[in-house]
Design a protein around this ligand. Sequence first.
Ligand code: SF4
Ligand code: FES
Length: 388
Amino acid sequence: AAVGASGGTDETVAVGGPAAAGEPAPPWAMLAELTHGCPLHCPYCSNPVGLIPRSRELATADWVRVMREAAALGVVHAHLSGGEPLLRADLTEITAAAARAGIYTQLVTSGVGLDRARLAELVEAGLHSVQLSVQDATAAASDLIAGTRSFAAKEKAAELVRETGLPLGLNVVLHRRNLDSVDGIVELALKWGAERVELANTQFYGWALRNRRALLPTRDQLARAKESVERWRERLEGVELIWVVPDYFDGVPKPCMGGWGAISLTVGPDGSVLPCPAAYDLPLEFPNVRDHSLAWIWERSQAFDAYRGTAWMSEPCMSCSRRDVDFGGCRCQAYALTGDARRTDPACGLAPDHHLITELVESAGEGTLVYRRPERPARSPAPSRVGS
Ligand code: SF4
Ligand code: FES
């Protein structure tokens, strides 16, 4: 999983409709992490290192209710994501529930497991669009990052989606190992018929945080890739090219998630509800759809209120002119780097902890990649040999 939902983007998103005094404005987007299971092993994955096991996943009826409640709350757009959502045998039912509730659905997939019959079912259920991930411009390079042979399945999936006429987006997470291939990646996207190409520089959460040293690019790589993107933008017609800005390099923090509890929510595979998909590790108690309605969670829960608005801020954010623009940056990043989610995001050049970021950028480049895999259950101790 590596939706732009981890927050970084070069787009500004409109905030939801008017709210009653004292009530937060409603969310308009929901990331439904249907499962953390995935056939790929990408080291840049933003899923938590402690992946939620399949045995704790919500049942179909829970997701059907979540879709109804989300629509009633104001959600108009759901990313059906994971992990790999195609691993859920009930994906069609969940998609249909969202569509019935009037929610626009986007399938966020690796493409592995998508065949003509499955896609036809999903289209029939009301699926609106597909975002397909690919890891690099060539089969060998893409499979190397995915940690498994998957490029051919992706190519086939793109072809099938184009046949249906659904809008196709391609998502490519960029890092040290593929930033020099941006031209080839855009050419691939055009060949596969994508209408939207998201070039998303890695956001360092979950597995990506574990692999940060090896994934962080050089400044030169970034500058060259950005120039390529600008050249493509001048030439392309009818294809949207998104460059999700890297986080550690220009001293400007991202307006993460458009603000905490401001425009979107994430429902995890086990029903926990978070203001962002990287928040699993924060020291907050996240409410669960098994215990509460989404409306209660959005409007009343402590977790969603914790960093809403600006009242929680300390200096330098509190008196900064950009506090309503970037909301103090990213809470997950502040916590991961400083141990205190209330501090200014160290990505900000004004942050007292900004040196942490500059040191990381300078020391990047070493280390091998740790591929994403579910934690093995702890082995029971070996039985002691009688008489030994
Ligand atoms: Fe944003 Fe805070 Fe930095 Fe100001 S000090 S730019 S509000 S993160
Ligand atoms: Fe930025 Fe969680 S990823 S708030």
